[in-house]
Design a protein around this ligand. Sequence first.
Ligand code: CTP
Length: 149
Amino acid sequence: MAQPSIPQPNEQGYAGLRRVLTYGTYDLLHYGHIRLLQRAAQCGDYLIVGLSTDEFNAIKGKESFYPYEVRKEMLEAIRYVDLVIPEYDWDQKPDDIERYHVDVVVMGSDWEGDERFEKLREYCDVIYLDRTHGVSTTDVKTRLKGEFD
Ligand code: CTP
């Protein structure tokens, strides 16, 4: 998969520009996602989303309703999101942090304390944001299935 172009530093270099990185699948986009992205964007000046590829979701035992390219297109249309990059395995995070000059990784509170994110404190800040109650992709799928059964 082609790597997205990396934003270049302006005349002041990277000084003053706080870069935020978050990861997720963002299938069947819902208001819990939008609120997370809005608050993640408020943690800095430039928001990068590492979007799980279909192949990575298969490794995680997940299958999204919308394929990667469609999920990416929708995320790119959101005003809080500056760049979408592929998340294709568990171990790429330190490389992403270096490559995209990331200052802070932000995740929903469902990931709080998870070693896969805690160990990133070696490279940047790590912040967990409260999830929005009462909505998830799984929940939407379950409820829609109930409607049509
Ligand atoms: N998120 C959130 N509030 C929700 C649902 C998700 O803040 N109600 C956040 C997650 O914590 C994560 C991001 O949105 O940081 C992307 O989550 P994702 O796993 O793609 O969405 P879910 O709705 O949780 O999907 P699933 O039900 O498949 O786990």
